[in-house]
Design a protein around this ligand. Structure first.
Ligand code: NAD
Length: 351
């Protein structure tokens, strides 16, 4: 397939790009290269003749139209977004701009691409979203594809808005849109401001491991490679007009997850002065509007497309910890650009 992947220098987008190139697809990676991007994430495919890169902003309608008309994708996969909830509390503007206006520009560019006859007959626009749009669950229940949208953070509200635009372009303009909503991802190449890399790097260096509130929030975790596989399957075989939820059936409290990572570090770093690493856990003020529990019901994608995750959380988390230990250069380079893993964001309660 010819895939135009936006946000392909980020965490999940780069996993999609690497996997797509490996399985023989042609890929155009469109990325603005914000602070969260890292060209190193796709360095291993950069010289492949089936790979192209364009540094562009998805908000730029003319650039998106030009790229679609030149590259002639079979599918556009929209992963470009501002993604860090804490940053969306400190400064929602960039989230409104990229996640909403950017998705609008891409949808309009795709509409023109179809209308001018350039798109192949089975073209599809695959919009990638999150389970956070559904809001927070109580102790029981799961999000399904028909759960109501109740976003609670500026990040999830902007993603919810973009999902609504994608839906409307399908209903009103007949654009062949597919939406996927996925749970929390973990794995290699995640920017070191998100929970798992922060825990690993801080523990490794004997710094406090910050946990919001009591650490009793529950998330459903999925390995990024399982998500990438699901996305490529949906782009190829998903039915336009449908939404698919993607999840790992691996619910953990944040505290349990952090303790698991600490145990792996204890085993991997037997001579560490900082073991047992659990001793570094430090409970800090909770995030405003912090959702209590997310859980995804992914029966539909399993039943209709035959997708199942290949990684268990135990084995996947162990591999992830080892990856950060073995790829110190990757995250040291990010810190040399001035990024501080210990700096807390998202404490502002009002603008
Ligand atoms: N990380 C998760 O756990 C998770 C879970 C479910 C869904 N998602 C969704 O998956 C997508 C990718 O998430 P991620 O964690 O890989 O994000 P990320 O922050 O690691 O990467 C985002 C990428 O988008 C690029 N980008 C940002 N603004 C852009 C713009 N205006 N134009 C072009 N490129 C731009 C950045 O440069 C970066 O490379 C997002 O849409 C996110 O909402 C993420």
């Amino acid at each position: 397939m010819r895939l135009m992947v936006t946000g392909g220098a980020g965490f999940i987008g780069s996993a999609v790009v690497r996997r797509a190139i490996e399985r023989g697809d042609d890929v155009l990676n469109v990325d603005k290269l914000t602070y969260a991007a890292n060209p190193d994430n796709v360095a291993m495919v950069a010289d492949n003749p089936r790979y192209r890169f364009a540094q562009e902003d998805i908000c730029d309608f003319d650039a998106m139209s030009r790229l679609m008309n030149e590259f002639k994708p079979d599918a556009v996969m929209n992963l470009a977004a501002e993604t860090h909830v804490d940053r969306s509390i400190d400064g929602p503007g960039a989230f409104i701009q990229t996640n909403i206006i950017g998705t609008y520009a891409l949808l309009e560019a795709a509409r023109g691409y179809v209308a001018n006859g350039g798109a192949p007959k089975d073209f599809r626009f695959h919009h990638i979203s999150t389970d956070e749009v559904y809001g927070s669950l109580g102790p029981t229940g799961e999000f399904t594809e028909t759960s109501p949208y109740q976003p609670n953070s500026p990040y999830s509200a902007a993603k919810a808005s973009s999902d609504m635009l994608a839906r409307a372009w399908r209903e009103t303009f007949d654009l062949p849109v597919i939406v996927t909503n996925c749970s929390n991802n973990y794995g290699p190449y995640q920017f070191p401001e998100k929970l798992i890399p922060v825990v690993i790097i801080n523990a490794l260096e004997g710094k406090d491991i910050p946990i919001y509130g009591k650490g009793d929030q529950i998330r459903d975790w999925l390995h990024v490679e399982d998500h990438a596989e699901a996305l490529l399957l949906v782009a190829r075989e998903g039915k336009p007009g449908e939404t698919y939820n993607v999840g790992g059936r691996a619910e953990r409290t944040n505290l349990d997850l952090v303790k698991t990572i600490c145990k792996v570090l204890d085993e991997e770093l037997k001579d560490s002065n900082h073991a047992p690493h659990e001793g570094l856990i430090n409970f800090v003020a909770d995030r405003p509007g912090h959702d209590q529990r997310y859980a995804i019901n992914c029966d539909k994608i399993e039943r209709e497309l035959g997708w199942t995750p290949a990684h268990t959380i135990e084995e996947g988390m162990r591999d992830t910890v080892k990856w950060y230990l073995d790829n110190r250069d990757w995250w040291e380079k990010i810190r040399q650009r001035g990024f501080d893993t210990a700096k807390r964001q998202g404490l502002k309660q009002s603008a």
